[in-house]
Ligand binder design. Structure first.
Ligand SMILES: [Zn+2]
Ligand SMILES: [Zn+2]
Length: 222
Protein backbone atom coordinates (compact mmCIF):
# COMPACT_ATOMS: atom_id res chain seq x y z
CA UNK A 1 0.00 0.00 0.00
CA UNK A 2 2.69 2.43 1.01
CA UNK A 3 4.64 1.43 -2.06
CA UNK A 4 1.70 2.00 -4.33
CA UNK A 5 1.25 5.39 -2.72
CA UNK A 6 4.90 6.17 -3.36
CA UNK A 7 4.63 5.34 -7.04
CA UNK A 8 1.59 7.58 -7.30
CA UNK A 9 3.54 10.39 -5.65
CA UNK A 10 6.52 9.94 -7.95
CA UNK A 11 4.06 10.10 -10.83
CA UNK A 12 6.39 8.64 -13.43
CA UNK A 13 9.26 11.00 -12.71
CA UNK A 14 12.75 9.96 -11.66
CA UNK A 15 13.34 10.08 -7.92
CA UNK A 16 16.71 11.76 -8.50
CA UNK A 17 16.47 14.05 -11.54
CA UNK A 18 12.67 14.36 -11.85
CA UNK A 19 12.95 13.51 -15.54
CA UNK A 20 10.53 11.06 -17.13
CA UNK A 21 10.98 7.55 -15.75
CA UNK A 22 9.15 4.25 -16.02
CA UNK A 23 10.68 3.03 -12.77
CA UNK A 24 11.83 4.76 -9.60
CA UNK A 25 14.93 6.02 -11.42
CA UNK A 26 15.25 6.97 -15.07
CA UNK A 27 17.57 4.80 -17.15
CA UNK A 28 20.37 7.36 -17.04
CA UNK A 29 20.33 7.85 -13.26
CA UNK A 30 20.18 4.10 -12.75
CA UNK A 31 23.15 3.61 -15.10
CA UNK A 32 25.13 6.25 -13.21
CA UNK A 33 24.70 4.72 -9.75
CA UNK A 34 28.13 4.15 -8.14
CA UNK A 35 28.19 0.38 -8.58
CA UNK A 36 30.98 -1.63 -7.02
CA UNK A 37 32.73 -3.81 -9.54
CA UNK A 38 36.40 -3.24 -9.10
CA UNK A 39 38.36 -6.05 -7.52
CA UNK A 40 37.11 -6.26 -3.95
CA UNK A 41 38.17 -8.10 -0.83
CA UNK A 42 35.64 -10.96 -0.61
CA UNK A 43 35.50 -10.53 3.13
CA UNK A 44 34.88 -6.78 3.62
CA UNK A 45 34.12 -5.53 0.06
CA UNK A 46 36.81 -2.86 0.06
CA UNK A 47 39.09 -2.55 -2.91
CA UNK A 48 41.82 -5.17 -2.99
CA UNK A 49 44.24 -6.06 -5.80
CA UNK A 50 43.11 -9.14 -7.76
CA UNK A 51 40.18 -9.57 -5.36
CA UNK A 52 42.33 -11.15 -2.64
CA UNK A 53 41.50 -10.96 1.08
CA UNK A 54 42.82 -7.55 2.14
CA UNK A 55 45.54 -6.80 4.68
CA UNK A 56 43.14 -5.51 7.31
CA UNK A 57 40.95 -8.61 7.14
CA UNK A 58 44.08 -10.76 7.41
CA UNK A 59 45.46 -8.90 10.41
CA UNK A 60 42.22 -8.13 12.30
CA UNK A 61 40.07 -10.98 11.09
CA UNK A 62 36.41 -9.90 11.34
CA UNK A 63 33.77 -12.31 12.63
CA UNK A 64 31.95 -12.28 9.28
CA UNK A 65 33.22 -14.41 6.42
CA UNK A 66 32.07 -12.47 3.35
CA UNK A 67 30.43 -9.23 2.23
CA UNK A 68 28.32 -8.57 -0.84
CA UNK A 69 27.68 -4.89 -1.55
CA UNK A 70 25.90 -3.36 -4.54
CA UNK A 71 26.97 0.30 -4.42
CA UNK A 72 29.65 2.59 -3.09
CA UNK A 73 28.20 4.87 -0.41
CA UNK A 74 28.79 7.95 -2.56
CA UNK A 75 26.33 10.36 -4.15
CA UNK A 76 23.60 9.62 -5.03
CA UNK A 77 23.57 6.28 -3.19
CA UNK A 78 24.00 8.10 0.12
CA UNK A 79 21.01 10.36 -0.62
CA UNK A 80 18.88 7.38 -1.59
CA UNK A 81 19.83 5.42 1.53
CA UNK A 82 19.06 8.49 3.63
CA UNK A 83 15.65 8.88 1.99
CA UNK A 84 14.76 5.28 2.79
CA UNK A 85 16.05 5.46 6.33
CA UNK A 86 14.77 8.81 7.51
CA UNK A 87 12.05 9.91 5.09
CA UNK A 88 10.04 6.73 4.77
CA UNK A 89 10.60 6.37 1.03
CA UNK A 90 9.97 2.64 1.23
CA UNK A 91 9.81 2.20 -2.55
CA UNK A 92 13.59 2.65 -2.49
CA UNK A 93 13.86 -0.68 -0.66
CA UNK A 94 12.69 -2.38 -3.88
CA UNK A 95 15.30 -0.54 -5.90
CA UNK A 96 18.03 -1.58 -3.45
CA UNK A 97 16.87 -5.19 -3.32
CA UNK A 98 16.90 -5.24 -7.13
CA UNK A 99 20.50 -3.99 -7.18
CA UNK A 100 21.65 -6.43 -4.52
CA UNK A 101 19.87 -9.58 -5.70
CA UNK A 102 22.16 -10.30 -8.70
CA UNK A 103 25.16 -10.33 -6.33
CA UNK A 104 23.53 -13.11 -4.32
CA UNK A 105 22.94 -15.58 -7.14
CA UNK A 106 25.47 -18.05 -5.72
CA UNK A 107 24.95 -17.33 -2.03
CA UNK A 108 24.17 -20.45 -0.03
CA UNK A 109 22.65 -19.61 3.36
CA UNK A 110 20.10 -21.17 5.71
CA UNK A 111 18.86 -17.92 7.25
CA UNK A 112 18.48 -14.33 6.06
CA UNK A 113 18.42 -11.88 8.96
CA UNK A 114 18.00 -8.10 8.85
CA UNK A 115 20.06 -6.07 11.34
CA UNK A 116 17.43 -5.44 14.03
CA UNK A 117 16.52 -2.09 15.53
CA UNK A 118 15.67 -1.80 19.20
CA UNK A 119 11.95 -1.88 20.01
CA UNK A 120 12.12 1.78 20.93
CA UNK A 121 13.83 2.89 17.71
CA UNK A 122 11.36 0.79 15.72
CA UNK A 123 8.45 2.54 17.43
CA UNK A 124 9.94 5.96 16.65
CA UNK A 125 10.70 5.22 13.00
CA UNK A 126 7.78 2.91 12.31
CA UNK A 127 9.84 0.55 10.15
CA UNK A 128 13.29 -0.97 9.92
CA UNK A 129 14.98 -0.19 6.60
CA UNK A 130 17.03 -3.41 6.77
CA UNK A 131 13.80 -5.42 7.11
CA UNK A 132 12.26 -3.57 4.18
CA UNK A 133 15.26 -4.41 1.97
CA UNK A 134 15.50 -8.03 3.18
CA UNK A 135 11.84 -8.84 2.55
CA UNK A 136 12.19 -7.77 -1.10
CA UNK A 137 15.16 -10.02 -1.91
CA UNK A 138 12.89 -12.90 -2.86
CA UNK A 139 14.23 -15.18 -0.12
CA UNK A 140 12.63 -16.33 3.13
CA UNK A 141 13.58 -13.90 5.91
CA UNK A 142 13.97 -14.81 9.56
CA UNK A 143 12.68 -11.63 11.18
CA UNK A 144 12.85 -12.85 14.78
CA UNK A 145 16.19 -14.65 14.79
CA UNK A 146 18.05 -11.69 16.27
CA UNK A 147 17.02 -8.88 18.58
CA UNK A 148 18.68 -5.64 19.48
CA UNK A 149 18.99 -5.37 23.22
CA UNK A 150 19.99 -1.72 23.19
CA UNK A 151 20.54 1.03 20.69
CA UNK A 152 24.13 2.18 20.47
CA UNK A 153 24.70 5.94 20.46
CA UNK A 154 25.20 7.34 16.95
CA UNK A 155 28.27 5.75 15.38
CA UNK A 156 29.07 8.46 12.87
CA UNK A 157 31.95 10.28 14.48
CA UNK A 158 33.62 7.51 16.41
CA UNK A 159 36.85 5.78 15.50
CA UNK A 160 36.65 2.04 14.82
CA UNK A 161 37.77 0.80 18.24
CA UNK A 162 35.14 2.95 19.94
CA UNK A 163 32.45 1.90 17.49
CA UNK A 164 33.25 -1.68 18.34
CA UNK A 165 32.92 -1.01 22.07
CA UNK A 166 29.74 0.91 21.34
CA UNK A 167 27.95 -2.10 19.81
CA UNK A 168 29.42 -4.80 22.03
CA UNK A 169 26.58 -6.97 23.35
CA UNK A 170 23.93 -5.01 21.42
CA UNK A 171 22.40 -8.11 19.81
CA UNK A 172 20.93 -11.38 20.98
CA UNK A 173 19.92 -14.52 19.09
CA UNK A 174 16.56 -15.95 20.01
CA UNK A 175 17.53 -19.56 19.30
CA UNK A 176 20.50 -21.83 18.71
CA UNK A 177 21.98 -21.94 15.23
CA UNK A 178 24.20 -25.01 15.28
CA UNK A 179 25.99 -25.36 11.94
CA UNK A 180 23.92 -22.68 10.20
CA UNK A 181 24.99 -20.38 7.39
CA UNK A 182 23.50 -16.91 7.89
CA UNK A 183 23.21 -13.77 5.76
CA UNK A 184 22.85 -10.42 7.53
CA UNK A 185 21.10 -7.65 5.61
CA UNK A 186 21.73 -3.94 6.17
CA UNK A 187 21.54 -0.69 4.23
CA UNK A 188 25.08 0.62 4.75
CA UNK A 189 28.34 -0.89 5.91
CA UNK A 190 30.68 1.80 7.20
CA UNK A 191 33.46 0.52 9.44
CA UNK A 192 31.74 -2.85 9.74
CA UNK A 193 31.67 -2.70 13.54
CA UNK A 194 27.91 -3.33 13.75
CA UNK A 195 28.06 -6.21 11.28
CA UNK A 196 31.11 -7.63 13.05
CA UNK A 197 29.14 -7.67 16.29
CA UNK A 198 26.13 -9.29 14.57
CA UNK A 199 28.41 -11.98 13.15
CA UNK A 200 30.07 -12.49 16.53
CA UNK A 201 26.64 -12.94 18.15
CA UNK A 202 25.45 -15.36 15.45
CA UNK A 203 28.62 -17.42 15.71
CA UNK A 204 28.34 -17.54 19.49
CA UNK A 205 24.89 -19.06 18.88
CA UNK A 206 26.47 -21.74 16.69
CA UNK A 207 26.50 -20.30 13.15
CA UNK A 208 29.45 -21.54 11.11
CA UNK A 209 29.31 -18.96 8.31
CA UNK A 210 28.04 -15.38 8.34
CA UNK A 211 27.99 -13.07 5.35
CA UNK A 212 26.86 -9.47 4.95
CA UNK A 213 24.44 -8.39 2.26
CA UNK A 214 24.55 -4.61 2.17
CA UNK A 215 23.25 -2.07 -0.29
CA UNK A 216 26.11 0.39 0.05
CA UNK A 217 29.71 0.23 1.25
CA UNK A 218 31.51 3.27 2.60
CA UNK A 219 34.88 3.47 0.88
CA UNK A 220 37.90 5.11 2.44
CA UNK A 221 38.60 8.41 0.70
CA UNK A 222 42.24 9.33 0.70
ZN1 LIG B 1 16.95 10.46 -13.42
ZN1 LIG C 1 38.94 -7.04 3.64
Amino acid sequence: MRERLASVLFGGSCFLCRGAARALLCAQCEAELPRLHRSLCPRCALESPLGAVCGRCLSESPAYDATHAALAYDFPADALVHALKFRGELALASLFAGLLAPKLAHARVDHVVPVPLSAERLRQRGYNQAVEIARRLGKPVDFALCERTREAPPQMELPYAERQRNVRGAFRCTRALAGARVAVVDDVMTTGATLDEMARTLKAAGAVHVENWVVARTLPHV
